[in-house]
Design a protein around this ligand. Sequence first.
Ligand code: SAM
Length: 230
Amino acid sequence: MREDRAVRMRKHKHTEERLALCADLLRDPADAANGVWQGKWRAEFAARMGSEPRRLELEIGCGKGGFILGLATRNPDTAYVAVEVCREALLLAVEKCKAADLKNVIFLCMDAQQLAAVFAKGEVEKIYLNFSDPWPKFRHAKRRLTAPAFLALYQKLLAAGGAVRQKTDNAPLFAYSLESFRENNWRLEDVTDDLHNSPQALDNIMTEYEKTWSEKGFTIHALTAFPPEV
Ligand SMILES: C[S@@+](CC[C@H](N)C(=O)[O-])C[C@H]1O[C@@H](n2cnc3c(N)ncnc32)[C@H](O)[C@@H]1O
């Protein structure tokens, strides 16, 4: 496996002041972790968007925000919550969406482990995991966003018919994810080891990592996974 390539982001100047200028796109992660927003996201977005959103979707680990900007621009009647634990990356994502005057995206700076308190059961229609950190060491496997505990969490958050969409350039993480979904009885669709040379490339929105690693010659793996019906 390639070394874990998590990049330490440089500190930006005036991060907090710049985030304050985008306050309308941010919600307090402490409120979120305390359940303040559970079951209330549609109403919150309706107030921002001027009408009830058609769907509510979630991106975990949005990084610098290129994907959520593209997706939210393409689907103005869908609401998106984007979660990112790194404040420096989040700043760039929030500023992009602010500059585009998007009303259908809200950001939370928090660890995905706390998401059970953020949404009501079945509140989310789709979850995007784009180029999640691979955590290659066995002792860190629980931190992978497709570890069994995360799949159990996603199953609670997803509405009937909802799905997880994963993209990665990291073959070992992809193999691990396929096994994790299968072992937990998720149904897989649209599995590919070369997204950019598949029919799915047509409506693909590239992330920052996707651009970087595909330009370096890595193929992109992708899947869509549906939780077992209970
Ligand atoms: C490799 S980067 C990919 C960023 C972006 N999705 C892209 O494709 O360009 C992974 C991102 O996920 C974030 N992340 C990792 N674990 C997370 C967690 N448990 N909760 C929230 N964000 C997380 C990291 O801070 C990082 O910004």
